[in-house]
Design a protein around this ligand. Structure first.
Ligand code: NDP
Ligand code: ZN
Length: 182
């Protein structure tokens, strides 16, 4: 228990440090760290997750993809299991964006249970953000396309965590109504 709490605080400090200069793309340019914090709270409060490895990986989930954090650093600080999980949810940025998007759809069903839960929480938070705190320069069409893409990814994540799934479905439904998609 104490060990897990220590790892969580360390992950918060590490992620805050790595994302220090980044902002979300919403009109307020919110600090990037708000997003991983939302994802871990969603896993805890909605998904009922008490697995320290999964909670730490959630806090770190965008560090390799979006910051200068390296796999070696994460292995050294948090161990092989946390690193493996972060890598499972990290896109290969050397690939073109459309390929990465398609691979997320195709690979989702083959992910581990932990990675599926993490991806579900991430998509739930991003759908809410696209609807309520969207990137300022996104057209309505782009937001609509984003929602439809998450729906395809989530199709491959179903069965991993009922509560996360239900909340995602509700957020998607609300988003579709607000964005005039039904
Ligand atoms: P991106 O992958 O470029 O952007 C979405 C990602 O940005 C999220 O997954 C999230 O990732 C991160 N993010 C940062 N700030 C926010 C925020 N405030 N709200 C939500 N997410 C945020 O999106 P796409 O390029 O995939 O665009 C979506 C769709 O639109 C695609 O289907 C694409 O084909 C289409 N498109 C349309 C264009 C148009 O003009 N009509 C132009 C380009 C694309 P994370 O959690 O990793 O931070
Ligand atoms: Zn994310």
């Amino acid at each position: 228990m104490e060990e897990t709490t220590g790892m969580i605080f360390k992950a918060l400090r590490f992620s805050a440090d790595k994302h220090n200069d980044q902002r979300r793309r919403d009109s307020k340019s919110s600090p990037y760290i708000n997003h991983p914090i939302q994802v871990v709270e969603t896993l805890w409060a909605v998904g009922g997750v008490r697995d320290g490895v999964l909670l730490a990986a959630a806090i770190l989930h965008d560090t390799i993809e979006d910051t200068d954090a390296t796999p070696d650093e994460i292995r050294r600080e948090f161990g092989e299991e946390v690193l493996g999980l972060v890598l499972e949810v990290t896109d290969d940025k050397s690939l073109p964006k459309q390929v990465r998007k398609q691979l997320q759809i195709e690979n989702a069903p083959h992910k581990s249970l932990r990675a599926k839960m993490l991806k579900l929480a991430d998509k739930l938070c991003n759908v809410r953000d696209i609807v309520h705190l969207p990137p300022a320069d996104w057209s309505l069409k782009r937001k609509q396309e984003y929602l439809l893409w998450t729906e395809k990814v989530v199709k491959g994540l179903r069965g991993a965590n009922k509560d996360l799934e239900t909340h995602y479905d509700e957020a998607l439904k609300e988003g579709k109504q607000i964005l005039g998609m039904e």
